[in-house]
Design a protein. Structure first.
Length: 168
């Protein structure tokens, strides 16, 4: 969905990674969890923090800061896991994403969201629906289905499957 396809007021869960504020359509958010023990899985990419047990289900957890080429998430009192549902090859997949802190749920009008800037070919912006604005603050509105490449999501799916086999 591009910014042009946003034609009605939507709610976005906003969260911080470092000093930057990001937003995800609340329809994609399952829940927000306090930081919990993450079981590391050997031989996975750096962005894969591991898996958590969410009411008996194995949920892969990724470090969004690493996905966006920032420094690794450092656990603080405000660190949390945003559990989202993404589409992988037409199938829903549940993933936990580490965030430095969750801010709030905002209603944003289509007029408050501008297209993501094109900054040349080296910087990927296809994972952004657009840039929201609240007062003097920019909010990067994520297209969570596009944050991860197909290869990265396949890694997430295989980690999830391997963790399920190991627990059986």
């Amino acid at each position: 969905m591009s910014v042009n396809e946003i034609t009605e007021t939507r709610q976005y869960l906003t969260f911080k990674l470092g000093a930057e504020v990001f937003g995800i359509d609340v329809a994609k958010v399952r829940e927000v969890l306090d930081f919990t023990t993450i079981t590391e899985i050997p031989r996975t990419p750096d962005f894969m923090s591991g898996v958590i047990n969410l009411r008996g289900s194995v949920v892969p957890v990724v470090d969004l800061r690493l996905c966006f080429q920032m420094s690794k998430t450092e656990r603080t009192q405000n660190t949390c896991i945003v559990v989202v549902e993404v589409l992988l090859e037409g199938e829903a997949t549940v993933i936990g994403a580490l965030a430095d802190s969750v801010e709030e749920v905002l209603d944003m009008e289509p007029s408050e969201i501008q297209p993501a800037p094109r900054i040349g070919t080296q910087i990927r912006t296809e994972f952004l629906h657009g840039m929201g604005r609240r007062e003097s603050q920019f909010i990067m509105i994520l297209d969570i289905d596009r944050v991860f490449s197909a290869e990265e999501l396949s890694t997430v799916r295989s980690v999830e499957g391997n963790a399920l086999e190991a627990s059986a």
